[in-house]
Design a protein around this ligand. Structure first.
Ligand code: PLP
Length: 455
């Protein structure tokens, strides 16, 4: 289909072409419907039929920090593309925007993290961090430190490295073998206290981690990776003492800690970097999404000075993607960070979270709502068959999400039995109220099988 054809194409034609040619990630064969988005502005997007939706998900993928359709970012892209669209940063080459961006990230970062490796997105960042951790140990004379610890229900991406760290079995079915020397431990999901056999969750998890290290041999472990607040698991903040105690244990054994902040960085949780205020003190931070608000594919791995220096000594770091430091992506990222700063969006995320929490106060009392978790502008609404048993109500999240989109024109996302919100940080009070009213109305009609009673 030529561009000219696409511009004049009807919604039905687009949907038909989509079904014939475009492979969609995570789509089940039975899902024939399509929602083709063609325009965005602020917190709203329009589909090819001209229907306007309130985007409560950051483009259904936890980004869009500055909102859709910002001319400032379009101008940054146009300016850079006409000046210098691309020049490699391999070997001795570089470009001004990738340098400025690396310095800017280092400026925003916690003390001691100041070396930046650029990627196209999150999965590549996770792969890069894993490779860097192993190489760092190897160059220091510990080549047997290869094991990577992660958590069940952690999401780190889908390449073979990141996919080996991700804790969802369905991502691996039929596509194995994945990488050896990856071990999963139990995640901190305090609402599901049954997982910890009556013990304090952090005590349980630290004991399990210690036993895991003892079984593998702590001197064989390169790194542990985790999201400061688990996103795909349903927006789950850990108990306050979890990361400080994990950090201390890993430090005792010389094991690196990698914070996967692909979702949480750049304001999403009300901080530039969420790990910085959770006592995680990571050795590396992987970031993507909010770095450009989704206006261009870009990710980064920020590392401790000595790790950056360690992996680049001798023969250097034999790793790099063609689009490392893509000049246009970096120019967009710089303009995006300017907007986040100028418009105070990091603080605003906390305000957005308060509006959403207040608006969902009565929903939190509904019989099939187990728990509502709010972390900055990120919300998880966990649905249960019954509040007593806390048994997950899986069908409910999908049914509610479809109803919210198709009847209320409010886009949310379902992750297992949890409905997730991660709106643009520019969301205003009226739209927050509109979204929470719609969500409350729909959840009030949920039945114990995950169906919706008629209105
Ligand atoms: N890590 C986390 C926490 C994520 O949420 C994601 C994507 O959603 C990734 C890594 C993978 O990033 P990407 O899809 O850009 O490869």
């Amino acid at each position: 289909a030529s561009t000219a054809r696409t511009q004049s194409m009807s919604a039905a034609e687009l949907e038909d072409l989509d079904r014939r040619h475009l492979i969609h990630p995570h789509q089940r064969a039975a899902q024939h419907e399509r929602h083709v988005m063609v325009r965005g502005e602020g917190c709203h997007v329009w589909d090819a039929h001209g229907t306007r939706y309130l985007d409560m998900t950051g483009a259904a993928n936890w980004l869009a920090q500055v909102g859709h359709g910002r001319p400032e970012l379009a101008e940054a892209a146009a300016r850079q593309t006409s000046e210098l669209e691309y020049f490699t940063s391999f070997d001795v080459y570089s470009n001004d925007k990738s340098i400025l961006l690396a310095a800017r990230i280092a400026d925003l970062a916690p003390e001691g993290l100041d070396r930046v490796f650029l990627t196209n997105g999150g999965s590549e960042g996770v792969d890069t961090a894993i490779k860097a951790a192993r190489l760092f140990h190897s160059r220091r004379g510990e080549p047997d430190r290869t094991w990577i610890i992660s958590r069940r229900f952690g999401y780190h991406g889908v390449t073979y490295g990141a996919g080996s760290a991700s804790g969802f079995d369905h991502l691996q079915f039929g596509a194995g073998p994945f990488l050896p020397n990856f071990e999963k431990v139990t995640p901190p999901l305090p609402y599901h206290r049954e997982m910890y056999g009556g013990e304090d969750p952090t005590d349980f998890l630290l004991r399990e981690l210690e036993e895991t290290l003892a079984r593998i041999g702590p001197d064989k472990v390169a790194a542990m990776i985790g999201e400061p607040v688990m996103g795909g698991a349903g927006v789950v903040p850990p108990p306050d003492d979890y990361w400080p105690r994990v950090r201390e244990l890993l430090g005792r054994h010389g094991i690196l800690l990698i914070a996967d902040e692909v979702v949480t960085a750049f304001g999403r949780t009300g901080a530039w970097f969420d790990s910085a205020r959770r006592g995680m003190a990571p050795d590396m931070i992987v970031m993507a999404k909010g770095l450009t608000s989704g206006y261009a594919p870009l990710g980064a791995v920020l590392m401790r000075t000595d790790i950056g220096d360690g992996i680049t000594e001798d023969q250097g770091f034999a790793h790099g993607f063609t689009y490392f430091g893509h000049a246009a992506s970096c120019a967009i990222a710089l303009a995006n960070l300017d907007l986040i700063e100028k418009e105070g969006l990091v603080d605003r995320a906390r305000q957005v979270g308060e509006w959403l929490r207040d608006g969902l106060a009565s929903a939190a009392e509904l019989p099939h709502v187990g728990e509502i978790r709010v972390v900055g502008a990120m919300v998880g609404i966990e649905l249960v068959v019954s509040r007593d048993t806390r048994e997950p109500l899986f069908a409910g999240a999908g049914a509610a999400t479809a109803e919210l989109r198709d009847v209320h024109q409010v886009i949310t996302r379902d992750y297992g039995n949890t409905i997730v919100l991660a709106p643009p940080l520019v969301l205003d009070r009226d739209d927050a109220a509109r979204a929470t009213r719609a969500i409350t109305e729909v959840l009030a009609r949920l039945d114990g099988d995950g169906g919706l009673r008629p209105r």
